[in-house]
Design a protein around this ligand. Structure first.
Ligand code: PLP
Length: 477
C-alpha cells in the first residue's frame, strides 16, 4: 500500500523540523497547540481557523523587510515585492467589500481603530486648521497655531455603543486610549427588547453632537441598520465610523447586505482580519476617497513599520473570501448560530434579544443562579470553550458578568452543521442545569462530575467527527 503525504503535511513537518534544530521546545509547543485546538470545542465568537495557505504566507522572509510608507511611496529602498503584496491585498479587499479604498497595514483591530480616529482628526480638525493658518503642513505652523491645534485634538467628541450593550473598549472607553483622547458618550439598547434604540440614539446624538459616531460591536447578536446610522450622523455632522471586526466575514459573504452592509453607508470602516473573515491576525481600514489620503498616513502617524508577511497572508485570505464558496460558509455561520440559539431556548436558557441573526449568541445565565465567570469555568470543565461577557445593565459588572458569549465561525470552519449546533446547545444546557454556585461566591461552583464527564466525552466525539486541518498529519514527527 502506498501512502501519500499532502503538501501541507510536508510543509508544516519541514518547518517544525527546522525550528526544532534551534529550540525544540518551541517546535513542541507549536505541535501541541495543534493537538489542543483539534481537541477543543471552541465557541469563542472572536476566533477562527485560518487556512494552511494563510498560515504559510506568514512564515517567511517578508518578515525581514522594513517598508514604512505605502505601496510605491516608501521611506525605505528595495520594497518592490512588499509593494506587490500590499497592492494585491488592497485590491482584493476593495473588490471583496466594494470599497473605494483599502489600507491593509494595521497590525490589529485596535491599531485599525487608532488609524481611523487619527485620520478622522487629521481630516476634520487638522486640515481646516492648516487652511486657516495658510500653511501646507504642521511643521510650517507657528508655535501658537500648533499649540492651539494640539489642544483642539483633545476636545473632540465620540459617541459609541455602551460596553454592556455589546460595544468595544476602543469605542471611547477610559481603559483604552480612545477614552483618554475623546470626550465620550454612549448609546445603549432597549431594556425590554435588548435591541438598539435608534430613536434614543438620535436624541443622544442631537444633544451631544459628536465628531465621530461609532457603530459596531463585539457582543450584540443582531444586525445593525447602517442606513439609519448614516442618517443620524448626517443630521449632526458626524463622521460615521463602523467597526466590523466581528462580522466582516458576514459582510464579505454577502449575508449582511443593503442597510446592514456598513461599507456603502460609512465614511470609514475598520475591521480585524482574523475573526469571521478567517484571515491572519491583523487589521484593516476601508474608507471613501475623501478619507483615503489621511488613512494612508497611518504609518508612521500611529503605526510602526508594516508587517509584509501578514499583508501577504491578508492577500491570500481575501482571495479565499472572494471565492464563491465563502458565501456558503458565511450563511452557514448564521444558520449554525440560529440552530444553537434554538437548542438553548428549547432548554429554557435565556438569550439577550431572544435569539440571533449574526454569528453570536449571548446567554444570560442568572436564572441558573450563576455568574458568567462560574458558567464559563463549568463549561470549560466539561470541554466547551466559551467566554464570559457582560449583558445590558449587568448586575455583576464586567469582570464576573452575568452573560456567556458563544460564536459559531470556528466550528463552522470545522464543518459543523445545524444538527450538531443544536446538540451543542443541549450540552451547554446540561452543564448549566447541573452547576451550583457555592454559597454567595461569584467564582466558586460545583459541577456534577458525572454530567461533566458525559458532556466532555460527547464533545470529544463531535469534534473528532470534524477533524481540524485534516490535510496536516504530524503523527510520527
Ligand atoms: N474591535 C472590535 C469590535 C473587537 O471585537 C476587537 C477584538 O476583540 C477589536 C476591535 C480589537 O481587535 P484586536 O484584538 O485585533 O486588536
Amino acid at each position: 500500500m502506498t501512502s501519500t503525504v499532502t503538501r501541507e503535511t510536508a510543509a508544516f513537518t519541514s518547518a517544525l523540523d527546522v525550528i526544532a534544530q534551534v529550540e525544540p521546545r518551541v517546535a513542541a509547543a507549536i505541535g501541541q497547540e495543534l493537538t489542543d485546538q483539534r481537541e477543543s470545542l471552541k465557541l469563542i465568537a472572536s476566533e477562527n481557523y485560518a487556512s494552511p495557505a494563510v498560515l504559510l504566507a506568514m512564515g517567511n522572509w517578508f518578515s525581514d523587510k522594513y517598508a514604512e510608507g505605502t505601496a510605491g511611496r516608501r521611506f525605505y529602498a528595495a520594497c518592490q515585492n512588499v509593494d506587490t503584496v500590499e497592492r494585491l491585498a488592497a485590491e482584493h479587499a476593495r473588490e471583496l467589500f466594494g470599497a473605494d479604498h483599502a489600507y491593509v497595514q494595521p497590525h490589529s483591530g485596535i491599531d485599525a481603530n487608532l488609524v481611523a480616529f487619527w485620520s478622522i482628526l487629521a481630516h476634520r480638525v487638522e486640515t481646516p486648521a492648516l487652511a486657516e493658518a495658510g500653511v501646507k503642513n504642521v511643521d510650517a505652523m507657528t508655535p501658537e497655531d500648533w499649540e492651539r491645534l494640539r489642544r483642539s485634538f483633545g476636545t473632540q467628541r465620540m459617541l459609541g455603543m455602551a460596553l454592556d450593550a455589546g460595544g468595544h473598549l476602543t469605542h471611547g472607553f477610559r481603559p483604552n486610549i480612545s477614552g483618554k483622547m475623546f470626550e465620550q458618550s454612549s448609546y445603549g439598547t432597549d431594556p425590554e427588547t435588548g435591541l438598539i434604540d435608534y430613536a434614543a440614539l438620535r436624541e443622544r446624538a442631537r444633544e451631544f453632537r459628536p465628531l465621530i459616531l461609532v457603530a459596531g460591536y463585539s457582543a450584540y447578536p443582531r444586525r445593525v441598520d447602517f442606513a439609519k446610522m448614516r442618517e443620524i450622523a448626517d443630521e449632526v455632522g458626524a463622521t460615521l465610523l463602523v467597526d466590523m471586526a466581528h462580522f466582516a466575514g458576514l459582510v464579505a459573504g454577502k449575508v449582511l447586505t443593503g442597510d446592514f452592509d456598513p461599507v456603502p453607508h460609512a465614511d470609514v470602516v475598520t475591521t480585524t482580519t482574523h475573526k469571521s473573515l478567517r484571515g491572519p491576525r491583523g487589521g484593516m481600514v476601508l474608507c471613501t476617497e475623501e478619507y483615503a489620503p489621511s488613512v494612508d498616513r497611518g504609518c508612521p502617524m500611529v503605526l510602526g513599520g508594516p508587517l509584509p508577511h501578514v499583508m501577504a497572508a491578508k492577500a491570500v485570505a481575501f482571495a479565499e473570501a472572494r471565492r464563491p464558496d465563502f458565501a456558503g460558509y458565511a450563511q452557514q455561520i448564521v444558520d449554525n448560530a440560529q440552530a444553537l440559539a434554538e437548542g438553548l431556548q428549547k432548554r429554557g436558557v435565556r438569550l439577550v434579544t431572544g435569539g440571533t441573526d449574526n454569528h453570536l449568541v449571548l446567554m444570560d445565565v442568572r436564572s441558573s443562579g450563576l455568574t458568567g465567570r462560574q458558567a464559563e469555568s463549568a463549561l470549560l470543565d466539561a470541554g466547551l470553550v466559551t467566554n464570559r461577557n457582560a449583558v445590558p445593565a449587568d448586575p455583576n459588572g464586567p469582570w464576573y458578568t452575568t452573560g456567556v458569549r458563544l460564536g459559531t465561525p470556528a466550528l463552522t470552519t470545522r464543518g459543523f452543521g445545524e444538527a450538531e449546533m443544536a446538540e451543542v446547545g443541549d450540552l451547554i444546557a446540561d452543564v448549566l442545569d447541573n452547576t451550583q454556585a457555592e454559597g454567595d461566591s461569584k467564582v466558586k461552583y460545583r459541577l456534577d462530575e458525572a454530567v461533566a464527564g458525559r458532556v466532555r466525552a460527547r464533545a470529544a466525539e463531535i469534534v473528532g467527527a470534524h477533524p481540524l486541518y485534516p490535510e496536516v498529519d504530524l503523527t510520527g514527527r
